[in-house]
Ligand binder design. Structure first.
Ligand code: S3P
Length: 431
């Protein structure tokens, strides 16, 4: 297939209102937990991104009936915790780390065999982080590179509960173990160095499961049932972040982004941009199906460089590509530390963003766990490559809105994984 190149021009200002699509993490979990529940779950605001459709297809392949309504809602006919069927073929997780890692935990405790694979990018990503702790629970999982890489072949079997100290703050690791813990005999506890996104905990509770969160970790007792419920998926703060940065860096902007999920384990980007002197105001704060939501009003701002590290990193982990664009527009130097995880995302995002910023004339230095960006100059134009990573493609497009000359972005189809209408929304603000 020919890769698609988009050329983006500068913007005279982002004004008005937008609504971003549903949260990717919450949408994945809505299918998984809805499928395991007793009864029928209706999901409104589901993200129809490619990653989520990989999860949807995988559960259909295990016998779950999922209706896609004309208004975009899903109706999931849950089969109960023990109701999934052996899939007759390999389950293709596409580009989605959340699909493959959470499903590894879930499938480890089934009474059947399954195989998980993904695209060329996913097959390079580390799976040992879930395979190893699951093996401690008694799971039998084989994979390439001694179980470190997909395809993964899972021989489901009874599991024993365990206590695991995760070396990384990862919601995918935590959630995989909580899902395995649902099938294990006894109480499974996961400790993590910093709190990662807690959508699994919140949604499991919404489905009537007892999950105990405490300082430093979370526990679940096996053998519990899930009860169907209605879910409302808030807008994805990770998608909203592109337009937050756009409105901050493009002069004459005042943009209202409606219905944004502001779960504190995800809202690091708002705190970071505020620390950079960004004008972001949260209004109409409310709670939707256990998740906090707000409208976010963003105005053009004179940003300044800051230091970012520690517990703010997992709270903004997917936003660093676009934060690096904000940093390049800020006065002074921004230093990002403690972000080694960026090296193992859809691509190595430290290397990929350093390449993009380099082409755009920004002075940037990388470290193993982050980067320093000297801001202040306007981007020059040029041609950059997304490396097949949706967030690198979209961050480059945001930079183009305040560049001196057009920026061409190669390999842009990948934005469909998380933000199918990104280019359409962006066009409204292009000069
Ligand atoms: C996700 C967790 C994060 C995040 C990813 C989605 C999730 O990954 O980067 O986009 O839905 O649990 P890690 O768990 O690897 O940090």
């Amino acid at each position: 297939m020919m890769s698609q190149t988009k050329t983006i021009l500068s913007s005279a200002g982002l004004n008005g209102e937008i609504v971003v699509p549903g949260d990717k993490s919450i949408s994945h979990r809505s299918i998984m937990f809805g499928s395991l529940a007793e009864g029928t779950t209706r999901v409104s605001g589901f993200l129809q991104g490619e990653d989520n459709l990989s999860t949807l297809n995988a559960f259909r392949a295990m016998g779950v009936e999922i209706e896609q309504c004309s208004d975009g809602d899903l109706i999931i006919h849950g089969r109960g915790v023990r109701g999934l069927q052996e899939p007759v073929d390999v389950l293709d997780c596409g580009n989605s780390g959340t699909t493959i890692r959470l499903m590894s935990g879930l499938l480890a405790g089934q009474s059947f065999f399954s195989v998980l694979t993904g695209d060329q990018y996913l097959r390079k990503r580390p799976m040992g982080r879930v395979v190893n702790p699951l093996a401690e629970m008694g799971a039998t999982i084989w994979g390439r590179q001694q179980g470190q890489c997909a395809p993964l072949a899972i021989h489901g079997r009874p599991l024993k509960a365990s206590t695991y100290h995760s070396p990384v703050a990862s919601a995918q690791v935590k959630s995989a173990l909580l899902l395995a813990g649902l099938y294990a005999d006894g109480e499974t506890t996961v400790y993590e160095p910093h709190l990662s996104r807690d959508h699994s905990e919140r949604m499991l509770r919404h489905f009537g499961v007892e999950v105990t969160s405490f300082d430093g970790g979370v526990s679940i007792v096996g053998g519990q049932s899930l009860h169907a419920c209605d879910l409302l998926v808030p807008g994805d703060i990770s998608s909203a972040a592109f337009f937050m940065v756009a409105a901050l860096i493009v002069p004459n902007s005042e943009l209202l982004i409606r219905n944004v999920g502001i779960n504190p384990t995800r809202s690091g980007v708002i705190d970071i941009l505020k620390k950079m002197n960004g004008s972001l105001e949260l209004t109409s704060q409310r709670v939707m199906a256990g998740e906090p939501v707000a409208d976010v009003l963003v105005k053009s701002s004179a940003l300044k460089g800051i230091e970012i590290g520690g517990e703010d990193v997992p709270r903004a982990i997917d936003e660093f590509p676009v934060i690096s664009i904000a940093a390049a527009c800020a006065e002074g130097t921004t230093v990002i530390r403690d972000a080694r995880e960026l090296r193992v995302k859809e691509t190595d995002r430290i290397a990929a963003m350093a390449d993009v910023l380099g082409v755009l004339g920004v002075d940037v230095a990388t470290a193993e766990d982050g980067m320093s960006i000297i801001g202040g100059e306007q981007f020059c134009g040029g041609s950059v490559n997304s490396c097949g990573d949706h967030r690198i493609a979209m961050s480059s497009a945001i930079a183009a809105l305040r560049a001196k000359a057009p920026i061409s972005i190669e390999d842009t189809e990948c934005t469909a994984t998380s933000f199918p209408n990104f280019w359409e929304l962006l066009t409204q603000f292009n000069a």
